[in-house]
Design a protein around this ligand. Structure first.
Ligand SMILES: *Cc1c(COP(=O)(O)O)cnc(C)c1O
Length: 373
């Protein structure tokens, strides 16, 4: 049995089937059907948001955000994120301007933003890395002072609260992902969250080819819609979201307890937030040590992932590595350990297997066993 870095949460099949029955009855498969609308409503209720649009995926959400805010020229961004944070900027004909991260929070370092602003800068696009909110106040103050827009790549931030509100409520616009590997998912999917009805209307038009009516087009749009079958998965999963969040909090706590005393350090979480425990990154002292641990874990059928490696400033189409020594260094030494809803049960089975095979009779988790070897 393999233990991977993540495994999608699956609701009871019968619950999904009930939604499918409704889709078959209505014969309404996509184009803003009742399940998509219900999912938008439920998400707004659950997260206390005013303006949210359900879209195809997190990448399209970022692209819609860049387009809808009319960004051009340079966008200040973080090199320590998933590749989509950078590739969407380039895809939308803007230039990423990489600003280094804080070695503790792993988020963009606000102290370094101002020196990267030029007369071409139009926005700051920062990621709440692994669900840990950015230094939002500082970023917003800089943006105001220089007349810049702010987009948050909030793909990891479902369920994180900052100062009592969803992390999605900050910046001009947040983009999130509901991909199967994320904490809350709709198989594929994502959302754009904004703060004004005007911006919401613009994104909604762009999501639907620019249609104002069947025969009128207000602007250049794209197909950013999502389907009823995807929305149905979201409606099923949303029922379990509090359980999912609680389980991850518990797994996080146990990981920390067990790894205490090992030569590794952890991401420091913003104190004024309610964290969603989306990932469990471990920072090693050297890449050599990381590679050794990966090899040992792989031998034991445990598959962590090198999130995020490489540093996006090192991409061939960016080439700004000299600006981001901290991100370059940390990306070589950071590893995300498996963290998902079914993990505890799988772990138990694995320890049992190990005992049966006589490989180890240790009563600690196989992870601790392999990491501390
Ligand atoms: C997953 C992810 C995306 C892309 O989302 P998709 O739904 O897979 O397109 C963008 N940014 C970050 C930080 C992500 O983790």
């Amino acid at each position: 049995m393999q233990i991977n870095v993540t495994k999608p949460f699956l609701p009871p099949l019968a619950e999904y089937q009930t939604y499918l029955d409704g889709i078959w009855r209505r014969e309404w498969l996509t184009n803003h059907g009742p399940l998509s609308s219900e999912l938008e409503l439920r998400l707004k209720e659950y997260l206390s948001l005013d303006y949210l649009l359900y879209v195809t995926n997190g990448t399209i959400a970022l692209q819609l955000g860049i387009k809808a805010l009319g960004l051009s020229g340079e966008i200040i961004t973080t090199p320590f994120s998933y590749v989509a944070t950078t590739s969407t900027i380039v895809w939308e004909n803007c230039t990423p301007a990489m600003v280094d991260i804080s070695p503790d929070s792993l988020n963009i370092d606000p102290e370094k933003i101002e020196q990267a602003i030029t007369d071409k800068t139009s926005a700051i696009m920062a990621t709440h890395v692994f669900g840990n909110p950015c230094e939002i106040d500082k970023i917003d103050a800089i943006a105001k002072k220089h007349g810049l827009k702010v987009i948050y790549d909030a793909a990891h931030a479902f369920g994180t609260k900052y100062r009592g509100k969803s992390a999605f409520q900050y910046g001009d616009l947040s983009a999130t992902s509901f991909h199967a590997t994320k904490l809350f998912h709709t198989i594929e999917g994502g959302a754009v969250i904004c703060q004004t009805p005007e911006l919401l209307k613009r994104v909604a038009e762009m999501r639907n080819f620019g249609h104002l009516s069947p025969t009128e087009f207000g602007l250049v749009g794209i197909n950013g819609k999502n389907s009823e079958a995807h929305a149905a998965m979201g409606l099923c999963n949303l029922k379990y979201i509090n359980e999912i969040l609680a389980k991850r909090r518990e797994l996080h706590r146990r990981y920390k307890e067990r790894l205490v005393g090992l030569p590794v350090r952890f991401q420091s979480i913003e104190p004024d937030c309610e964290y969603n425990h989306a990932y469990f990154p471990v920072i090693f002292e050297s890449e050599e040590m990381l590679l050794h641990v990966v090899a040992t874990l792989n031998l034991n059928s445990i598959n962590p992932r090198r999130y995020f490696y490489p540093s996006l400033s090192e991409l061939d189409y960016v080439r700004q590595a000299e600006r981001t020594p901290i991100s370059n260094d940390i990306s070589r030494r950071v590893l995300c350990l498996p963290l998902h809803f079914g993990l505890a049960d799988e772990e138990k089975k694995k320890i049992l297997n190990r005992n049966v095979a006589g490989q180890s009779t240790k009563r600690c988790s196989s992870l601790k066993w392999t990491i501390s070897k």
